[in-house]
Each structure stands twice: as structure tokens, then as C-alpha cells.
Design a binder for this molecule. Structure first.
Ligand SMILES: Nc1ncnc2c1ncn2[C@@H]1O[C@H](COP(=O)(O)OP(=O)(O)OP(=O)(O)O)[C@@H](O)[C@H]1O
Ligand SMILES: [Mg+2]
Length: 391
């Protein structure tokens, strides 16, 4: 936990856009039960307002990761101390400060995290179907389930294939044309999954670095809900292209988007965009009613007008926005990109339940297009780096 706190504090302390001047350092971190205490030292030429603003920002950022703790920040004057400062601005690096540098996953060109601070919003559904959409667009795709506490990918793909080991490396099974790996493939089904913090890091290390991931253009990582140990392990150690945040339009889920976004900034991982899930509903009876209305013979003006009116009303039932445009409003406010919106649909739910991924046989254009939009968005985003590599 101290590492994570130090990293967050350093990321803000050494952000070049901030007003602080001169040397600065995180002097002390202590975690005492529910209280996190961080002492930062800055030069006394900084104004009291700048120091307070810095303290507030560090406190808020730490709270995003450790919301159940009380966070106290104290800033002291650096110049009062005789001992020379160990970390000078010039050699400080927010992404690697006091931590080993991040590494790329061998054989994988791009890595995207599908995340949400809130559970059950559709991360695994989005991760799987976006991966399949990418695959159908000709990309070589790896799908890694890092939800160690509740791995869903085995049941969503309808297969439970133990990976094989060749030499020192695990070879992920090929499922629906993708390299797919989940802790669920390696343990007994229904076994309760209780990991201690250090075990999480070691299992994640194994799934990342002891696996033959070679030959993949894009890795989609299905993350667990929250902002816990898995996020810490990944953000500290892996070069990640970006995160994609999934949300439903409920106020609680949207509040978690705000919290979730703050998790990535200390680690310099951009939020590529937001995917809204289960926000619209397409009433299936609409087309049938419209068909019936077409066959009604209306002789008088009043009846004709009434039929036109009913048709107009029915038109608004295509993709009914059950909760209004809350996600769009939040994204605009936070400067986030709303990539697409996936309708609430019983077929998607049924396919998930039966382990036959929706995108293998998409039934509705709106849902297929939504997953393809995410896939195309990722491909477009990666184009610049891919072109640089080819040049
Ligand atoms: N667009 C949708 N329409 C209907 N049902 C959906 C839709 N998206 C997801 N679901 C259903 O909602 C539930 C939660 O989805 P999913 O498991 O993908 O969420 P999650 O965010 O990965 O959950 P967790 O936080 O537990 O990992 C599942 O039962 C899934 O089938
Ligand atoms: Mg999930």
C-alpha cells in the first residue's frame, strides 16, 4: 500500500503542469489502522495557497484508491532540514519513481484494460465481444481475464480448457480464434477464490510474464471491479495503451466513473473512453404494431391523424433511453469520450448465460454495431503507433 501511496503522491508532486517550485519530496508515509498519513516537503518559496492546493489534490487522489481510509497530508518546509534532499526534481519520474520501470508484454503490440469501479456493469461482456469484433476485423487478439476473484470469461466463452505448458511458458488455449486465458481455466469450478494481496500480484505476474502471448496485435484485459490490488499490479508493471471504462447510466455507477478515472492518472495511463451499457431499450413489439397500423384503413381525417400520431410515438420507442442522457452529460463535463452505447437486450443476456458469445452470431444490428464501434475505435487509436513501427 505504501508503494501505491508514494506513487500517487509523486505523480502529483512532480506534475510539470503544477505550480510548485523547487525541490520537493514525499518525506514519510505511515499507515496506522484506518489512517494514512503522508508528509511532503516543499521549498518555502511556494505560497501557502499552492501548498494547500497540492495537499488537497494528493489527498483526493489517495482517497480514490483507498476510499475507506482517512487521509492526512502534512506539508513541511524542505529548507528547514539539514539533510540534502534525496529526490531532486530533475531525476524524479512520476511513472517510475522508486518503482521498477514498466514493461511491455512480449509479443503483444497493444494492451487495453476494460474497467469499472462498479461491479456488474458489463465489463466482461464488453471485453469478450469487443475482442471478438477485433478478431473479425482481422486482428490477432488475446483476451486475458484478470478478475481473479470472479473470473467470468470461461462461462462466457462456454469453454473450460486448461492451458498447456511448453518449456517454461503457459500456452493459452485458442478459443473462437483468440488466445484466451483466465484463472478460471486453472482451478476447480466453484472453488472459492480468496487471494491475499501478495498472491494477487504473483498470480498476475504469472498470467502476464509466464505465458506465451506472442503473435498478438491487441490484448484486451477484463479487469475486476474496483480499484484494488489487480489495478495496482497492472498499472505499476505493464505498459498499457489505455483503459476503457464501462458504466451503466445509474447515478451510482456514474459516481464510480469519476472515482475510476482518477485511478489511472498517477500511472499515466489514459482513459481512451467510456462505453455506456444497458442505457437503451429497443421495444421489440414496435415493428409488429407498425405493420398492423399500415394495414388499418382510415377514411376520415381524424383517424388518419391519430394513426400518424401513434406512428410518431412508436418511433420514439426505438432505442428508448430509459435513464436519459446522464452518461453523455458526465462525459462532456469530465472531457471524456463516450465511445458507444450498448442496448439492454435479453439475447445478449441469454448468450452470456449459455456461453455462446453474442458476436459469433449477432442478432441485432444495433448491438453488433456497438461492439464493432469499440473495436474500430481501438484500431483507429492504434493506427499511428502501428504506422510508426512499419516506417
Ligand atoms: N447489454 C446487456 N443487456 C443485457 N444483459 C447484459 C448486458 N450487458 C451485460 N449484461 C448482463 O449483466 C450481467 C453483468 O455483466 P458482466 O458480467 O459482463 O459485468 P461485469 O462488469 O463484468 O461484472 P463483474 O463486476 O462482476 O465482473 C451479466 O448477467 C450479463 O449477462
Ligand atoms: Mg466481469
Amino acid at each position: 500500500m505504501e508503494d501505491n501511496i508514494r506513487h500517487i503522491a509523486n505523480a502529483i508532486l512532480f506534475d510539470e503542469d503544477k505550480a510548485l517550485q523547487g525541490d520537493r519530496e514525499v518525506r514519510e508515509i505511515s499507515v496506522d489502522g484506518d489512517i494514512i498519513h503522508v508528509t511532503i516537503a516543499v521549498e518555502s518559496k511556494n505560497s501557502i495557497d499552492d501548498r494547500r492546493a497540492m495537499e488537497d489534490e494528493i489527498r483526493d487522489a489517495i482517497k480514490r484508491w483507498h476510499e475507506d481510509k482517512i487521509v492526512r497530508i502534512t506539508s513541511v518546509a524542505m529548507d528547514d532540514v539539514d539533510v540534502p534532499c534525496a529526490h531532486h526534481h530533475a531525476d524524479a519520474n512520476a511513472s517510475g519513481h522508486d518503482l521498477p520501470p514498466k514493461k511491455s508484454i512480449p509479443g503483444v503490440k497493444h494492451v487495453y484494460l476494460v474497467c469499472s469501479a462498479k461491479g456488474g456493469v458489463g465489463k466482461s461482456t464488453v471485453a469478450l465481444n469487443t475482442a471478438l469484433a477485433l478478431s473479425s476485423l482481422g486482428k490477432r487478439v488475446a483476451l486475458l481475464d484478470l478478475d481473479l476473484y470472479g473470473p467470468s470469461i470461461p462461462s462466457l466463452v462456454g469453454q473450460d480448457l486448461p492451458p498447456i505448458v511448453v518449456g517454461n511458458l503457459i500456452v493459452p488455449p485458442e478459443i473462437h480464434g483468440m488466445s484466451v486465458l483466465s484463472i478460471g481455466f486453472m482451478i476447480e469450478q466453484d472453488q472459492p477464490l480468496m487471494w491475499r494481496g501478495p498472491m494477487v500480484a504473483s498470480v498476475i505476474n504469472q498470467l502476464l510474464w509466464e505465458v506465451d502471448w506472442s503473435g498478438n496485435d491487441i490484448m484486451i484485459i477484463d479487469m475486476p471491479p474496483g480499484t484494488g490490488d489487480t489495478y495496482l499490479s497492472i498499472l505499476q508493471s505493464v505498459n498499457v495503451d489505455a483503459s476503457i471504462i464501462v458504466t451503466t447510466p445509474s447515478e451510482l455507477a456514474l459516481a464510480d466513473v469519476k472515482r475510476g478515472v482518477g485511478v489511472f492518472s498517477p500511472y499515466h495511463v489514459p482513459v481512451a473512453g467510456v462505453v455506456e451499457n444497458m442505457a437503451t431499450y429497443d421495444w421489440e413489439g414496435r415493428d409488429a404494431v407498425l405493420g398492423l397500423l399500415d394495414n388499418v384503413k382510415a377514411d376520415d381525417d381524424t383517424s388518419k391523424k391519430a394513426i400518424e400520431r401513434i406512428k410518431r410515438i412508436l418511433d420514439t420507442t426505438k432505442a428508448i433511453r430509459i435513464f436519459g442522457a446522464r452518461t453523455q452529460a458526465l462525459c462532456s463535463k469530465m472531457g471524456l469520450n463516450l465511445i458507444t452505447s450498448i442496448p439492454l437486450d435479453i439475447a445478449l443476456q441469454n448468450d452470456n448465460d449459455s456461453g455462446t458469445p453474442y458476436m459469433l452470431q449477432p442478432k441485432k444490428a444495433a448491438i453488433r454495431e456497438a461492439f464493432e464501434t469499440i473495436a474500430k475505435f481501438i484500431i483507429e487509436r492504434d493506427k499511428d503507433t502501428d504506422e510508426d513501427e512499419q516506417a
